[in-house]
Design a protein. Structure first.
Length: 140
């Protein structure tokens, strides 16, 4: 299978097999006016199987969201046909506006317009806690 080289854009690599479509929808990649290539279940020496997404446009990407969805992702930034930077993502220390607090008594549930904020409290178990009420939310 041959997928063309990017002039400018991103290569999201080392996505856990099966999570590529989650990222595709989360980033609204179907709405872009550029090439987007999705490779599912590609062979990987390190991972066995992996997904890869190529985006043919430089845009604002929320690396914290990507790190939350799949902390093992690497992001290659391509400019003029060359990789200019490689980012290795991890679980972010803080998440804002990504997940919602499940506590019905939390101020974020009663006050409209208040942004949901969580902080990482247990990296090993991937547990985030609401900064307002301290309720735990496990990573999906």
């Amino acid at each position: 299978m041959i997928i063309g080289q990017l002039r400018d854009g991103y290569v999201l690599d080392h996505i856990t097999a099966g999570r590529g479509m989650d990222i595709y929808h989360l980033l609204h990649l179907g709405e872009l006016d550029c090439s987007v290539a999705m490779i599912q279940n590609a062979d990987s020496v390190k991972m066995g199987r992996k997904d890869i997404i190529k985006i043919g446009k430089l845009m604002d990407l929320d690396f914290d969201v990507l790190g939350f969805v799949d902390p093992g992702i690497t992001v290659d930034i391509i400019r003029d046909g060359r990789r200019v930077e490689k980012k290795r993502l991890h679980l972010p220390e803080k998440l804002t506006g990504v997940i919602r607090c499940r506590n019905p008594r939390c101020i974020t549930s009663t006050e409209q317009g208040l942004i949901h904020e969580f902080r990482l409290t247990d990296r090993e178990r991937k547990v985030y806690r609401c900064v307002y009420c301290d309720s735990a939310a496990r990573k999906a």
